[in-house]
Write a protein that binds this ligand. Structure first.
Ligand SMILES: [Zn+2]
Length: 346
């Protein structure tokens, strides 16, 4: 039967520092059973329960009760067994009953395994900062220069599951789409991208900047050597403000954070002004046109005043009104308080 076709799945668990395994599994196997099969019994304790772990596929958490088939695990996919660090409800995982020892133990397990700084650096440049999956377009950066695959980031944002370290990503506008230039025939190397100008590899050894606006990612060297205020790839103009350092130093990130907060402050002031203007127009608080019109006249009462109310006795209503309305009379979509609606129709 087709549905009983075995699935070949690669299971890994960087959180637990367990060896990765390639398994052939029945599609009706539940993820909970797979967990039990994958985990060495010795690792489970009162502190580290089976529920403190979950599987994810491409950064998306999978429910324990679901079978591989129901969870949509395709043949030849890579599952990651992750530690639920962020409990606190809603995810059905952390119950609060687990003791803190669970987490402390995890760190105790992790510590002896010294992390190679080169590997950490490389992974920052080759994997998504959220899902840890290899970078694969469409990719985005946040305003601090962290790299992401777009899908897991959007998913986490939608379900309000972004970890604290990325809490500055508040909406889609905080995701800057980027275009990474692939290295042709990069099958062997772990680095898949490069600078389109200098050919420097996107592996953390060289500085890279993303240009907000067009999203092209160029090496610092290329931008320095070819002094230009237009993108070297698409020739779109950009300013210094549009440059975002990717995976920058602590100092560079601090500068980016300041820039972000300053921009948000400016936006907030602008929004408040707009809302204030809209609110002063009584009936059309949400009507932008009303707000702008009102703002332009500086006097809320002027808006409700109709010229025909004080029309000279022998004047034709329409002609008289036309003095005060715009010459373009065809746009009837406007609200009745707007100037461009022919007053003759009131
Ligand atoms: Zn460009």
């Amino acid at each position: 039967m087709e549905s009983q076709k075995k699935l070949r799945v690669f299971v890994r668990s960087p959180d637990l520092v367990l060896p990765s395994r390639a398994l052939t599994l029945a599609p009706d196997l539940t993820l909970r059973r797979l967990k039990l099969a994958f985990l060495p019994q010795s690792l489970l304790s009162q502190a580290l329960t089976i529920d403190s772990l979950y599987f994810s596929l491409n950064g998306k958490p999978l429910p324990d009760d679901s079978s591989l088939a129901a969870a949509g695990v395709p043949d030849f996919s890579a599952l990651t067994l992750r530690l639920r660090l962020r409990g606190g409800g809603g995810d059905g995982g952390a119950t609060g009953a687990e003791s803190r020892d669970c987490y402390l133990n995890m760190y105790a397990i992790k510590k002896p395994d010294k992390v190679d700084p080169n590997e950490t650096r490389l992974s920052k440049w080759t994997t998504c900062a959220l899902s840890a999956e290899p970078l694969s377009p469409p990719c985005v950066i946040d305003r601090l220069g962290n790299l992401f695959n777009k899908e897991p980031l959007v998913e986490a944002l939608l379900h309000k599951k972004l970890p604290k370290e990325f809490s500055h990503v508040r909406g889609l506008k905080d995701m800057i789409p980027i275009h990474l230039t692939p290295i042709p025939s990069a099958a062997v190397s772990e680095t898949k991208f490069q600078c389109p100008i200098t050919g420097q590899e996107f592996n953390g050894k060289y500085g890279f900047l993303a240009i907000r606006g067009c999203g092209h990612v160029l090496s610092v060297k290329a931008l320095k050597e070819v002094k230009s205020s237009t993108c070297l790839v698409c020739h779109k103009e950009f300013s210094d403000m549009d440059k975002i350092v990717i995976n920058g130093s602590a100092e560079e990130v601090r500068v980016l954070r300041e820039k972000m907060e300053e921009e948000r402050g400016r936006l907030k002031v602008r929004k408040e002004k707009k809302v204030g203007a809209c609110l002063s127009g009584t009936k059309h608080a949400n009507d932008e046109k009303g707000g702008i019109l009102d703002n332009g006249k500086k006097d809320g009462r002027a808006k409700r005043f109709k010229a025909v109310d004080v029309m000279p006795t022998h004047a034709t209503k329409e002609v008289y009104a036309s003095i005060f309305t715009s010459s373009k009379k065809s746009d009837f979509k406007e609200t009745f308080t707007c100037r461009s609606l022919p007053l003759g129709r009131n």
